[in-house]
Design a protein around this ligand. Structure first.
Ligand code: FAD
Length: 383
């Protein structure tokens, strides 16, 4: 079986690459230092239609297939993991609305998300609840024609710049999804700084106190919040992280190819030493394998195959683990220079670690993958 991108996908990849090389790569270290994404960059991303990627054309989007979207995430992941996180969380909200939103939510919100008029974010994690996400403690109570929400959400990527949040709260004792606008009275947005990586992802903690939202802001049904709505969003998020991790590892490889072609030790270029070649080879093989995994997951998503969920989890698990190893080796290859902020590999190293934690930690992916493969093997055995 030959795996080959179409002419259109290759053209799109070039468009993403040119944009990232011009607008992201030269400033990524600065974003990291300043712990912010400039609004001008977000404006340019929106103008180019990148925020509209997977939103259908009928809703004002680009209707991109998932493999092309993976290429977009790979390119942005190679430039800046923090910028990638904007695509991830914005797209997670859009996908949740697309799949589970009411016709009014779809027709009203999707065009605004596609144009970048509104930036979306995803609010699941809380100070005391992370991996056990169905046990969130935020509550929502019906009061007349409104839901009243109370709780705290933590580590919300792009929380400082988002206009609208998808918030998972317990309603009638069941996890349920709601849309909360940033200017809802009772919502306080507190920036989180000083992170290890994803420093420019503009994370925030949301304090939600007696936030009253219209009844129509319920997404899906009561009790669907974790299993369906967040499930759709996280599946999409894992796919973005898988492709983004490939981009990050590629940036590590490119930095190392350039560095080892210039630096000499023991009278020869670093690239001439076999132990260095071994690290480069591992990066090359890991990148290619992880890319094939996300291509496969993207293809299964495009063909609406339910296996795509496990394929995305496998791709995210493998690609993020591979990216951590690639980034660690990239620092090693750069020696002391790799520990300096004059070289980007220290940023790659810090960002790669985060890839193993977000969208469900890699331990959660391992549990999910082994459960699914067990069920699938039992089913096949019965046939
Ligand atoms: C940069 C960044 C951006 C983020 N963005 C968002 C966002 O936009 N929206 C959002 O809702 N959240 C976000 N998060 C939160 C993220 O999703 C959580 O950190 C993640 O789900 C893990 O939860 P936790 O940190 O509470 O770890 P915990 O759940 O407390 O887990 C701690 C450790 O124990 C392991 N562990 C837990 N349970 C088990 C088990 N049963 N078996 C084996 N190991 C286990 C975990 O894998 C982890 O290694 C972000 C986090 C970071 C760092």
């Amino acid at each position: 079986m030959k795996i080959e991108l179409t002419t259109e996908q290759l053209e799109q990849q070039e468009v993403f690459r040119v944009f990232v090389d011009k607008e992201v790569v030269p400033c990524a270290d600065q974003f990291d230092k300043e712990e912010r994404l400039p609004s001008e960059l977000i404006g340019k991303i929106a103008e180019n239609g990148f925020l509209a990627a997977t939103i259908p054309e009928s809703n004002g989007g680009k209707g991109m297939d998932m493999v092309t979207h993976g290429l977009l995430c790979e390119e942005f992941g190679s430039g800046s993991a923090s910028v990638l996180s904007l695509f991830t969380v914005h797209g997670m909200l859009a996908q949740a609305i697309l799949q589970w939103g009411s016709p009014e939510q779809r027709s009203h919100l999707l065009p605004q998300l596609a144009s970048g008029k509104k930036i979306g974010a995803f609010g699941l994690t809380e100070p005391d609840i992370g991996s056990d996400a169905k046990s969130v403690q935020t509550t929502a109570k019906l009061d007349g024609a409104s839901y009243v929400l109370n709780g705290t959400k933590k580590w919300i990527s792009c929380g400082q710049i988002a206009d609208i949040f998808l918030i998972i709260a317990q309603c009638e004792g069941k996890p349920t999804a709601f849309l909360v606008e940033k200017d809802c009275p009772g919502l306080t947005i507190k920036p989180i700084t000083g992170l290890l990586g994803f420093k420019a992802a503009m994370l925030a903690e949301l304090s939600i106190e007696e936030c009253s939202i219209p009844q129509e802001n319920l997404v899906g049904r009561i009790g669907f919040g974790f299993s369906h709505v967040a499930g759709t969003a996280l599946d999409y998020g894992r796919y973005c992280v898988a492709a983004g991790s490939v981009g990050l590892a590629r940036a590590c490889l490119e930095a190392c190819l350039s560095y080892t072609s210039e630096r000499q030790q023991f009278g020869s270029l670093l690239k001439g030493h076999q132990l260095i070649q071994q690290m480069l080879t591992n990066m090359i093989a890991g990148i290619q394998a992880a890319r094939l995994l996300y291509f496969q997951a993207g293809y299964l998503k495009d063909t609406l195959d339910p296996e795509s969920i496990t394929a995305s989890a496998i791709a995210k698990y493998f690609a993020s683990t591979m990216a951590v190893k690639a980034a660690s080796d990239a620092v090693q290859i750069h020696g002391a220079n790799g520990c300096s902020d004059e070289y980007p590999v220290q940023r790659y190293y810090r960002d790669a670690k985060i890839m193993e934690i977000i969208e469900g930690s890699n331990q959660m992916q391992q549990i999910m993958i082994s459960k699914y493969i067990g069920i699938s093997a039992r089913k096949k055995g019965r046939k």
